[in-house]
Design a binder for this molecule. Structure first.
Ligand code: AMP
Length: 438
């Protein structure tokens, strides 16, 4: 006989199970509601895309594209990849569906799994879930970029306000927002060169990752968590001292706009994003109870990305929330989902009773109650034991007597009380006692 093989979920992936999935659903529902109040509609892009889409948008030199993507050759020999993030897909969809002709700006949100081959640890998985949103707006021809600085800052601030409102509604604790500006195509290249030159001077004191990044992506050195590099990084030039006039004005306005909206923030000059396409506004939100992987949301402005992917000149700002981490933090704070439970356990006995039990279950379920109907007849004691284990509120006892008289026997499991009543009376009673959480 062949040896029995035991299958396991692939490293870095996991099954989300009840009752935990209750909390996942609640969080996603809250996102839908909050984002809806800000005028966002849902987009559901595909899980896989041409590899080139990610290479072009996220950047070849980033860790995500360079070493973390799950790519494979399709049968027609094109390279496709499981999406490591969704912004590129949203921009592709904006172009593909001619969304520049929709009323601008176009405000979209998404939820779903992303895939990155990272080293798994608490809060870091290879299949993880993001809830994100993007605001895209085509730039009319001949628009003076300086004129729109105030408008862009207000859009950025509203997007940040929306994430913070969502976190507040979700009950997330210890939320801290950090913001930065990383300049634009005018001023950033000059700053990056300056940074590179300064880093070259201290190259020998840096670890291998940072040494490599001096050439590929010097901004990412600022992101380093290596203890031995902290002193060196503290002495590096800061981009805030090298922003061009437009970027500086936009950053100042962003801070004013956040103030008007009552959104508290801290500035962090070392906050750069791992993906190439960001410019000006960048932000990150951390939460309590997550250890070293404490970032629950990252976002920023990416004007020009749509154009880079072949579309019209378009502005963009967006964010992605790490749903796994959000859930972890809520669970650590004791806000996890309760066990599924049941409102009614239908304990039926006798051939005739099954028909009546099925009808009763149908009516109760149609009224929104969670009902457990055993598929086979059970002895009274066993039925009540099971009802208890499932956390049922009521046991509805249906036997020959009940069928004959039309009076149901209802046991309230918490108190042990038992009473006879008609179907209508029971519906009325359980409706009043119905759990509000359902
Ligand atoms: P990013 O798309 O890299 O800007 O990430 C946005 C957010 O997604 C982060 O702040 C994390 O909360 C979450 N995230 C990114 N990568 C992972 C991962 N491998 N596992 C779990 N969450 C992740």
């Amino acid at each position: 006989m062949a040896e029995k093989k035991k299958f396991q979920a692939i490293k870095g992936t996991r099954d989300l199970l009840p009752p935990d999935t209750e909390l996942w659903n609640r969080v996603e529902q809250t996102a839908r509601e909050v984002f809806g109040t800000f005028g966002f509609g849902e987009i559901r892009p595909p899980i896989f895309e041409p590899t080139e889409l990610f290479a072009r948008s996220i950047g070849m030199d980033t860790d995500v594209v360079g070493k973390e993507m799950y790519s494979f050759e399709d049968r027609d020999e094109t390279s496709v990849s499981l999406r490591p993030e969704a912004t590129a897909s949203v921009c592709r969809a904006y172009i593909e569906h001619g969304m520049h002709a929709w009323p601008q700006p176009v405000k979209l949100y998404y939820t779903g799994p992303m895939f990155r081959r990272e080293r798994p640890q608490k809060g870091r998985y290879r299949q993880f879930y993001q809830i994100g949103a993007e605001v895209l707006e085509m730039v009319p021809p001949n628009q003076d970029p300086a004129k729109n600085i105030g408008k862009d800052a207000a859009v950025d601030a509203e997007v940040i306000e929306m994430v913070m409102a969502f976190f507040a509604r979700s009950g997330l604790e210890g939320v801290e927002l950090a913001i930065n500006s990383i300049g634009d195509r005018q001023c950033r290249p000059k700053y990056v060169e300056l940074l590179r030159a300064e880093l070259m001077k201290v190259k020998d004191k840096l670890g291998p990752d940072s040494q490599r990044r001096i050439l590929t992506n010097p901004l990412r050195v600022l992101d380093s968590k290596l203890e031995s590099e902290q002193g060196i990084i503290a002495g590096l030039p800061r981009i805030s001292d090298h922003l061009c006039a437009n970027c500086a004005a936009q950053y100042a306005e962003l801070k004013r706009q956040l103030g008007m909206r009552g959104v508290p923030y801290a500035e962090n000059w070392r906050l750069v994003r791992g993906l190439d396409y960001y410019m000006r506004t960048t932000f990150e939100i951390t939460a309590r109870g997550l250890g070293s992987q404490n970032a629950v949301c990252g976002g920023g402005r990416y004007d020009g990305l749509v154009e880079l992917l072949g579309g019209p000149p378009t502005k963009g700002i967006g964010f992605a929330i790490g749903e796994d981490r959000l859930i972890l933090s809520l669970e650590e704070a004791g806000k996890g989902g309760a066990a599924l439970g049941r409102d009614v356990f239908v304990a039926w006995m006798g051939e005739q009773a099954q028909g009546a039990a099925i009808l009763a279950a149908q009516k109760l379920r149609a009224s929104g109650f969670r009902v457990e109907l055993p598929p086979v007849e059970q002895k009274f004691g066993k039925a009540l034991g099971q009802a208890d284990k499932l956390g049922a509120r009521y046991a509805l006892i249906l036997g020959d007597d009940e069928i004959r008289t039309g009076q149901w026997t209802v046991k309230t499991l918490a108190s042990g009380e038992q009473a006879k009543m008609s179907e209508a009376e029971f519906l009325e009673m359980s409706r009043k006692g119905k759990r509000l959480s359902s």
